[in-house]
Design a protein around this ligand. Structure first.
Ligand SMILES: [Mn+2]
Length: 335
C-alpha cells in the first residue's frame, strides 16, 4: 500500500511537470491565508519556470507581509484579481490551498476554465483539482514541491532552495512542532546542501519582533487561562491591543506557535479580534485532532494546527477578570 502511494506520488509529480512545461500562460495561486509555506512553495516553482524563460504571476489575496519580502522572486506576486480575466490562461496551480471555495471563485473568472493542479498537504483538502498532489503526511507544501524537483531530476537554484526552506521552517516552526518528521529533515538537509540560506530565513521570520508586538504577547500571556473541565488553554487578543500598539495582524501570528512550544497544554486556543468585527481562532494540539473542531466551525487545517473564524464575535472580559469569546451575545467558550 505504501509502495503504491509512493509510485502514485512519483507519477503525479511527472504529470505536473509535463503540464507546467507545456503551459503557455500558467498562473499560480497561493493560499488565501498567506504564509511562509504557500509563498515559499509557489515562488520556488516560479523560480524554476523563470529559469525556463516563463514569467508566472503568483496571485496572493493580500499584500506580502514585510517579513516575507526577502524571498527571492517575491516581485512575481500580485494582488490584482483582474489577471484571471485573461483568456489565454491555460493552467492554474494552487499551493497550500485547502479551501476549494476560494480556488473555484478565482477559477470561475478565467474565461477558458483551465485545468487546476492542486499541490497541498492539508488533510482537509477536498482534492478539487484535475490533478491533485495532496500529501497529508508531508510537513509542508514546500516539502511536496521539493519532491517534485527531485522526482523530475531538477536541481533547485539557491533561490528556490531558500524559498522551500522558508516553507518547511514555517510549517514546522523551525523543526520544533509535531508536523516535523523525517520528510522535513530529509528535505531540509538536501536544501542546505543545495545552498538554501537558512540563517536568512530564520532571521526574517522569527528574529524581527518589535517591542510593541512583544507587549501584545505579554497581554496575551497575562490572559492565559486553563478551562477547569476541558483542560483547554485559551487566550485573547483584542483590537484595542493591536490598535493601541500599532501592530499588524501578521505580526501577531507567531503567538500560537510560540505558546504551543512552551506550554504543557494538550490543546491551545488563541482568539484574536479582526478588523472586520469577527474573531479568528487559532488552535494547536499535541493530542486531539483540532482539524475536526475547525471543520465543524467552518474552518480548516491539520490535526495539530487548525483555525476558524467566528463572525460577529468579540473578546470580552467579565467582572471577575475572566475572558470569554462572545458571539451574538452567546457564550461559546468560557475561559
Ligand atoms: Mn502548509
Amino acid at each position: 500500500m505504501v509502495v503504491l502511494l509512493l509510485v502514485m506520488e512519483s507519477y503525479t509529480h511527472k504529470r505536473i511537470h509535463d503540464m507546467l512545461v507545456t503551459a503557455k500562460r500558467p498562473v499560480f495561486v497561493a493560499d488565501e491565508r498567506l504564509d511562509g509555506d504557500s509563498l515559499g512553495s509557489s515562488l520556488a516553482v516560479a523560480d524554476y519556470l523563470k529559469s525556463r524563460g516563463v514569467r508566472v504571476p503568483v496571485f496572493v489575496s493580500e499584500p506580502v507581509p514585510a517579513k516575507y519580502r526577502f524571498l527571492p522572486n517575491v516581485n512575481l506576486c500580485t494582488t490584482d484579481e483582474a489577471i484571471f480575466d485573461d483568456v489565454s490562461i491555460d493552467l492554474l496551480v494552487t499551493f497550500d490551498c485547502s479551501d476549494a471555495a476560494f480556488v473555484s471563485r478565482l477559477h470561475a473568472r478565467v474565461p477558458s476554465r483551465p485545468p487546476i493542479v492542486n499541490i497541498d498537504h492539508h488533510a482537509t483538502n477536498s482534492r478539487y483539482g484535475q490533478v491533485n498532489q495532496v500529501v497529508t503526511d508531508s510537513p509542508a507544501t514546500a516539502e511536496v514541491v521539493h519532491r517534485f524537483f527531485r522526482e523530475n531530476h531538477i536541481v533547485p537554484s539557491r533561490d528556490a532552495a531558500t524559498c522551500l526552506m522558508t516553507g518547511i521552517c514555517f510549517d514546522t516552526t523551525v523543526f520544533s512542532n509535531d508536523a516535523t518528521n523525517q520528510r522535513a529533515f530529509d528535505a531540509a538537509s538536501d536544501l542546505l546542501i543545495g545552498g538554501a540560506r537558512i540563517q536568512e530565513v530564520i532571521r526574517n521570520m522569527y528574529q524581527n519582533r518589535s517591542v510593541n508586538m512583544l507587549r501584545i504577547w505579554g497581554a496575551a500571556l497575562e490572559r492565559l487561562r486553563r478551562h477547569p473541565e476541558k483542560g483547554v488553554v485559551a487566550t485573547f487578543i483584542t483590537r484595542a491591543d493591536m490598535e493601541g500598539a500599532g501592530v499588524t495582524d501578521d505580526e501577531v501570528d507567531g503567538l500560537s506557535n510560540f505558546l504551543n512550544l512552551v506550554t504543557d497544554a494538550d490543546v491551545l486556543f488563541v482568539f484574536r479580534e479582526t478588523v472586520d468585527g469577527s474573531v479568528k481562532a487559532s488552535m494547536r494540539s499535541t493530542g486531539p485532532d483540532v482539524s475536526l473542531v475547525a471543520k465543524a466551525m467552518g474552518g480548516g487545517g491539520h490535526r495539530k494546527a487548525a483555525g476558524f473564524t467566528v463572525p460577529f464575535g468579540s473578546a470580552v472580559c467579565d467582572d471577575a477578570g475572566c475572558w470569554q469569546l462572545v458571539e451574538r451575545a452567546l457564550v461559546v467558550l468560557e475561559s
